[in-house]
Write a protein that binds this ligand. Structure first.
Ligand SMILES: [Zn+2]
Length: 80
């Protein structure tokens, strides 16, 4: 990762965010991918970070669950 690439959200926020679909039963740990997506390590849902705001909606995560990480659009589309 180039040094100039900044996190789209703060590390503090990144540390506390969890997948809303999993958090009640599992860790729902999210991993930042492509500096624009949060990928749940438990269910594979993918949440876009739009303009610095993580879109933590289960239905939004559902939309991208089957999309391979390499096919995720950059920047992520805005939720409708
Ligand atoms: Zn999940």
């Amino acid at each position: 990762m180039p040094e100039s690439q900044e996190l789209p959200i703060s590390q503090d926020l990144l540390d506390i965010l969890r997948c809303p679909a999993c958090v009640r039963e599992k860790d729902g740990l999210l991993v930042l991918e492509k500096n624009a997506w949060l990928v749940c390590q438990d269910c594979g849902r993918k949440y876009p970070i739009s303009d610095g705001i993580p879109v933590m909606l289960i239905e939004e995560g559902d939309k991208w669950a089957d999309t391979p990480i390499e096919d995720l659009p950059i920047p992520p589309p805005r939720p409708e």
